[in-house]
Design a protein around this ligand. Structure first.
Ligand SMILES: [Zn+2]
Length: 288
């Protein structure tokens, strides 16, 4: 399977997320199952510039090993890079909790660090949050996180992630304590607070680009299920005040009820009116 929820899990950390183009279908085939997470460090030099200088290698591979080499990357800023939804060559010969050669069973995170134990404060906060989010999405416990050093065969073949103790990470994943910094958002996200559960309209402003879209996000409850809400229609206008796109509510088979996030493409729109009803606040991401 190609894991469709990687971006949602990454966003739930509160850190910025970069979708590496093509992530949805990247992999050495699909995952056979999705049963856990393995942590790594990239071992790229500290002097390499940028937030995630290993991005090209983990996506495209290196001379002796074809990419992808991880499912997710973690930059110095805590930004999460979604690389591959399918099987990535990150663990090599390995075993954990009865799983053998875990590449097509466990997701791999390659976090930017030279391998001498140096991590940014943002990474120390974001790494456990990302692990917790992924395990939550796959409904697995924290024992399903391990470092490459824990799962590698033969034992001792790998040391990564240096400076991220497995027990420490699990404890932090269970009890995130540091407030997420207000980083630059890749997308603009607005919160809509309905005055009541009736039908209302919220106007959102967009860039007018061909890729303009909105993503409506019902909130997740404490049990991980979302509170249902309804989007009864979207009317969008371009910069020439002409209507653009099609009201999705007029598509045959349109289901107004949302139980998870849904994307509506509104190419060329500079504003859009979203008709909704919801009992609880929800989020809208403005894209493009
Ligand atoms: Zn590794």
């Amino acid at each position: 399977m190609y894991v469709p929820w990687l971006v949602d899990a990454a966003r739930s950390t509160g850190y910025p997320v970069v979708e590496v183009p093509g992530w949805q279908t990247r992999g050495h085939g699909g995952m056979r199952v999705v049963e856990g997470v393995v942590g790594h460090h990239t071992a790229t030099s500290d002097s390499a510039p940028g937030d995630y200088p290993s991005l090209d290698i983990v996506t495209n591979g290196r001379a002796d090993l074809a990419g992808p080499l991880c499912n997710l990357g973690l930059g110095r800023s805590g930004t999460v890079y979604v690389v591959a939804a399918g099987c990535a060559y990150h663990a090599g010969a390995s075993r954990w909790l009865g799983f053998l050669d875990v590449n097509d069973e466990f997701l791999g995170i390659e976090a930017e660090s030279a391998g001498a134990g140096g991590w940014t404060d943002a990474q120390r906060d974001a790494y456990p949050r990302l692990v917790a989010a992924l395990l939550r999405y796959m409904s697995r416990g924290l024992d399903r996180y391990a470092g490459h050093k824990d799962v590698c065969l033969p034992v001792g073949r790998k040391i990564d992630p240096v400076g991220i103790d497995t027990d420490w990470l699990r404890e932090r994943a269970a009890n995130p304590t540091v407030t997420v910094p207000q980083s630059v958002e890749i997308l603009e996200r607005i919160t809509v607070t309905p005055p009541d559960g009736g039908e209302h309209t919220v106007r959102v402003f967009l860039s007018g680009s061909p890729g303009s879209a909105i993503v409506v996000r019902p909130r997740l409850g404490g049990d991980g299920s979302s509170k249902p809400m309804w989007v009864g229609g979207i009317l969008a206008w371009g910069s020439d005040h002409a209507g653009v796109g099609h009201n999705p509510a007029q598509q045959p088979g349109y289901d107004a009820r949302l139980t998870s996030h849904r994307r509506y493409d509104v190419p060329g729109a500079v504003w859009a009116d979203v008709r909704y009803s919801a009992a609880e606040p929800f989020e809208i991401d403005l894209v493009g």
